[in-house]
Ligand binder design. Structure first.
Ligand SMILES: Cc1cc2nc3c(=O)[nH]c(=O)nc-3n(C[C@H](O)[C@H](O)[C@H](O)COP(=O)(O)OP(=O)(O)OC[C@H]3O[C@@H](n4cnc5c(N)ncnc54)[C@H](O)[C@@H]3O)c2cc1C
Length: 689
């Protein structure tokens, strides 16, 4: 069904009930385009039409059924949103734990585990379920992430059959709660430098787990302060006085509520958000676990007490091990996109109801969403949310292919790891920015806890830090680009990588990258010479992509050149890298932004001609031009944007925003966020949550 303005109707075009409008109903036709929007509407463009149900189906993609099941579950547990606000945090933690156990019983939280252990045997579905769960309370989401993604994921991917047999069944059905104890007080991002040790004792055939120094206490560990019975502990494995690097061990923490001897646990206490999750610190004092507690997928200690691994190089072993755990990272990126959708849904719906100042009509004040400024603030973020949604969809598909064994080559795995790191960084930064802008767009009402933004802001803030700090992740992305994901990439530490790049001609670095091949294509689609960017159509996706490819290649070349010059002039490689880190981050970001735009363009171009494609085309243009505009100083510095063209881009963004305005409501409703999850009575009216 084609959409019509629905601000004052009792049902939207997806057939869901809408709350009654808390502000007076706009005059007929007014809410459709708004008076200001109408005044400035570009006559030459046909109006956009969005069928909410069709768009929601497209966004849900192949996992629509799973997403709908999760939506139902969210609506059933809507009271958690209120509990987060009202209950003392100790009680809220118990409530969140109870919801986790109830969710475990439905099976919707463990879709990624093998069927023989009670899972759904579908990795992609598990990501889609998690993404949808992120419309709800984020303590519940993170508790689910810790139990099934981190703890369960480590047992599944780092363990072997004996661990699967013992732990997967009980953890999948919620009987055994666990935690993932990697980070230490002294080391978070630098996991290879962890201080906890696991020393093999041949006399008793056990490992002795030890917090070797004060900085080696495990810290921030979700589920540790109260609920975890068992931990997967990451520690330096020492066998026969040789340290073999970080490995993972299953270590019991509690019997019932009692912490076991040799273990000390301290509550991390109140946090900025996510207070339904019990994060804690753990110390181990000579805790003994049997030899088979080693999660031995990639290395083992034999009956004779010898260390064995099929991966000889310790760096490669370490990166291979960590590479199996990227699902958590993919999930956090997905959750960032979902949280952005909730914020945008609230802000757009509020902008369709709230009026301030007479602007075009003396009888009636203007709807917020009819102000050009409001459109400018919200719609580029909405467009980027769509772009990230489709980028995340590509991620999920690739992850599914690799983790279900459909794609097995090493290069695809490395590309996936890089993509997961980069998408997580961009998606979570986007969430932080979008939620803040949307909160402001809702004025004082946005600040009241009852209207969801307080929790949204507080709970998502740490998304930029956990599952890998975003800046550290983007450095990983750049490392992959600079080494062309070579198989020896995994063996290189930072020094090695810098020396490797410095040892190549800059042209070689570029020739090795996929970007170079992409840039070749620019010449085919755009006029040559310096004028190419001037002559191309502003709404041509090839122009948008060419700009982003140019930026990517140029930034990467700049990093390679700087690394090379620095090392050639005799500087310490670490110092050289440190001095060019801002360029490294720019290059990585440029790379991921190109991937995100490509995902969106590919999606639009694969759609049949029609209303949906036309609407998404406009959103895609808006995203592309806003991305170029956001970095216009760089494009101008590098001769790819004249001041005239730059102004034309800004003008065009204004036009696109006005085109989006009449369908903005439909665009956010198509996210399919259960009304109960909006729970913001002053913003969108009663939602029944
Ligand atoms: C709420 C919460 C829940 C968590 N849950 C868990 C869990 O369940 N299990 C677990 O193991 N861990 C968990 N963590 C830990 C989390 O993964 C780490 O906090 C994260 O990896 C960052 O490590 P860090 O805190 O030591 O920060 P650091 O690594 O010290 O980083 C601090 C700052 O330094 C910068 N920085 C670091 N290295 C570099 C560099 N090379 N170049 C330039 N800048 C750099 C970073 O960008 C960052 O801005 C959790 C953390 C929080 C806050």
């Amino acid at each position: 069904m084609a959409s019509q303005p629905t601000e004052t109707t009792a049902e939207d075009s997806a057939g869901r009930d809408l709350p009654s409008d808390p502000t007076p109903a706009p005059a007929e036709g007014d809410a459709a385009t708004g008076s200001l929007g109408e005044a400035a509407a570009e006559e030459s463009y046909p109006p956009l039409v969005v069928d909410v149900a069709a768009l929601e189906e497209l966004l849900d993609g192949r996992y629509r059924d799973v997403r709908n099941l999760v939506r139902e579950g969210l609506a059933d547990h809507a009271s958690v949103l209120e509990a987060a606000e009202r209950l003392p945090y100790e009680q809220f933690r118990e409530r969140v734990k109870d919801v986790l156990v109830e969710l475990a019983a439905t099976g919707n939280a463990s879709l990624g585990f093998p069927k023989e252990y009670g899972g759904g045997g579908d990795v992609g579905a598990s990501i889609a379920a998690f993404e949808t769960l992120a419309y709800g309370d984020l303590s519940v989401l993170v508790k689910v992430g810790v139990q099934f993604g981190l703890f369960g994921g480590a047992i599944l991917h780092l363990g072997t059959e004996r661990h699967h047999e013992e732990y997967l069944g009980p953890l999948v059905n919620g009987e055994l709660l666990g935690c993932f104890a990697m980070t230490e007080t002294g080391h978070g991002s630098n996991v290879q430098a962890l201080g906890t040790t696991a020393t093999y004792d041949p006399g008793t055939d056990e490992f002795v787990i030890e917090t070797s120094e004060p900085g080696a206490s495990k810290d921030y560990i979700g589920n540790a302060a109260r609920h975890a019975q068992v931990a997967v502990v990451f520690a330096q494995l020492v066998v026969k006085d040789v340290t073999h690097g970080v490995h993972a061990f299953v270590v019991p923490l509690r019997s019932g509520d009692q912490v076991l001897p040799g273990i000390r646990i301290e509550d991390d206490g109140l946090k900025m958000g996510l207070n339904g999750v019990d994060n804690g610190r753990i110390w181990f004092d000579g805790v003994r676990v049997p030899r088979d507690a080693l999660l031995n997928q990639f290395a083992d200690v034999t009956d004779d007490g010898d260390y064995v691994s099929e991966i000889e190089n310790p760096n490669r072993r370490f990166f291979t091990m960590l590479g199996t755990l990227i699902q958590g990272r993919v999930c956090v990126g997905a959750a960032g996109v979902s949280a952005s959708k909730v914020a945008l849904d609230l802000a757009v719906e509020y902008g369709l109801r709230r009026r301030q100042f007479e602007a075009t009509n003396e009888e009636q004040e203007e709807l917020l969403l009819d102000y050009g400024l409001h459109q400018r603030r919200l719609f580029p973020l909405l467009a980027r949310t769509y772009a990230l949604h489709f980028a995340q969809e590509v991620m999920t598909d690739r992850l599914h292919e690799v983790f279900s064994g459909q794609v097995t080559d090493e290069a695809s795995r490395r590309l996936l790891e890089s993509r997961a790191a980069g998408t997580k960084a961009l998606a979570t930064w986007h969430a932080t920015r979008t939620i803040q802008e949307c909160r402001e767009a809702c004025g004082g009402a946005g600040y009241l806890a009852v209207n969801r933004f307080a929790a949204l802001k507080a709970d998502t803030d740490v998304f930029t830090t956990f599952e890998g700090d975003n800046h550290v992740l983007l450095q990983l992305v750049a490392k992959g680009l600079l080494t062309d994901y070579a198989s020896d990439f995994a063996d290189l530490d930072q020094f090695g990588m810098v020396r490797f790049v410095a040892g190549l001609a800059v042209e070689t670095v570029l020739e090795k990258t996929a970007v170079h091949k992409l840039v070749e294509r620019i010449k085919d689609v755009l006029p040559g010479g310096d004028a190419w960017s001037e002559d191309a159509g502003l709404l041509d996706p090839e122009y948008h992509l060419a700009m982003l490819r140019f930026r990517e290649e140029h930034s990467l070349a700049g990093v390679a050149r700087r690394l090379k010059n620095g090392v050639d002039s005799g500087l310490n490689p670490g110092l050289v890298f440190s001095q060019v880190q801002d360029h490294v981050i720019h290059a990585a970001r440029a790379h991921v932004e190109r991937l995100v735009l490509e995902a969106f363009v590919d999606k639009v171009q694969a759609l049949p001609e029609g209303e949906l494609r036309s609407a998404l085309n406009v959103i895609c243009d808006l995203h592309a031009l806003s991305t170029i505009e956001a970095d216009r100083a760089w494009f101008m510095e590098h001769g790819r944007l004249s001041s005239q063209r730059s102004k034309a881009i800004s003008r065009e963004i204004g036009v696109l925003c006005r085109r989006v305005r009449p369908v903005a409501g439909e665009l956010v409703r198509a996210f399919g966020i259960p009304r109960e999850m909006l729970r913001a009575p002053q913003l969108v009216g009663p939602t029944g949550g």
